[in-house]
Design a protein around this ligand. Structure first.
Ligand code: ADP
Ligand code: MG
Length: 309
């Protein structure tokens, strides 16, 4: 079954220009599609353009150019339908401290024009585990609870897509887990999830696909599985007493990065080759190895490599 395209972004640009001399290209010809039912993660260091992207979808930032289509609605033609199709969990906590969670959700539902009988306030409170706090002042809620309340707020109009902008920044590990469980639960019920984070392990665990933004450019876009495969490549440097007779594919998946008199640098796939086989190969030429340094990759490495410069 082909999945519906819930988000379609074509050549999206955003230039912030405060004055004519200083302008920031926050998004540079962004092209992106998100499919129905997936959890899509947008990763990138601070200033990469993540919030800009999300604020454009939310309608709080105006794009400079390009096409944005959400749930089949063009942002330029049907901005209201676009907004109705998404629930946004913003990066900043913006909750009135003197209202309780129930009132906040009721108010939000009112803002969307949802009739009393159609409201799902209790269901949502339960989903984000705030039933017992339904009537507590919001200012009495913990940081994690406030975050969950923001998620709840984004759900009152039952949007098919929920977008979370760094929802776990500054939230402790336990509550982070709790929040992500809520999000996974939502996703199981069919809600498409788009999130930004700079916690790579979270993205790794949560997301079906990942896009990496760097200075407004999309530098990677792939399934989490494929991105992780890329980091199966290991790089090892051997200090040797003389030049080793070795070439690409002398051993399975081996690539020679440099081969000097005193130093050999190779890369290989961890799934195909073990470092001890390379050591044996070198030793079989009666060459002593005086030092070995390895570079064990993880998502952090791919991320750094892609977002550098
Ligand atoms: P991220 O959310 O990935 O940290 P942002 O989208 O907030 O990144 O910012 C992207 C770039 O746009 C940054 O260089 C930031 O300084 C700039 N920027 C963001 N908002 C504004 C604004 N309102 N006016 C001018 N520049 C902005
Ligand atoms: Mg941001």
């Amino acid at each position: 079954m082909t999945k519906k395209n819930v988000l379609y972004i074509k050549n999206l640009n955003k230039i912030y220009s405060k004055n004519s001399s200083k302008s920031v290209n926050a998004l540079n010809n962004l092209n992106l599609e998100v499919n129905e039912g997936e959890i899509f993660g947008l990763l990138g260091p601070n200033g990469a353009g993540k919030s800009t992207f999300i604020n454009i979808l939310a309608g709080t930032t105006i794009k400079t150019s390009g096409k944005v289509n959400v749930w089949g609605f063009d942002l330029d033609i049907n901005p209201r339908q676009v907004r109705a199709s998404i629930g946004i969990v913003p990066q900043e906590v913006n909750i009135d401290p003197f209202f309780n969670p129930r009132d906040i959700l009721e108010l939000q539902a009112g803002m969307y024009g949802i009739k009393k009988k159609d409201r799902i306030t209790d269901t949502i409170l339960k989903l984000v585990s705030l039933e017992s706090q339904a009537k507590s002042y919001s200012r009495a809620l913990s940081g994690g609870m406030k975050r969950r309340l923001l998620v709840a707020k984004a759900l009152v109009h039952k949007p098919p897509i929920i977008i979370l902008d760094e929802p776990t920044a500054g939230v402790d590990v336990e509550l982070r887990k709790n929040l992500w469980n809520n999000v996974k639960q939502l996703n199981k019920q069919g809600v498409t999830v788009i999130l930004t984070t700079h916690y790579l392990n979270e993205a790794e665990e949560m997301c079906d696909r990942i896009g990496i933004l760097s200075k407004g450019n999309l530098v990677a876009l792939d399934t989490t599985k494929n991105l992780l495969k890329k980091i199966q490549t290991k790089i090892v440097k051997f200090s040797v007493e003389k030049k080793v007779d070795i070439k690409d594919n002398s051993l399975k998946s081996l690539k020679i990065l440099s081969n000097e008199i005193s130093e050999l640098t190779v890369s290989f796939e961890k799934s195909s080759l073990n470092i001890s086989e390379i050591i044996n190969f070198i030793n079989n030429q009666n060459i002593k190895i005086s030092d070995i340094s390895t570079d064990d990759g993880d998502l952090e490495d791919v991320f750094l490599r892609l977002t550098k410069n």
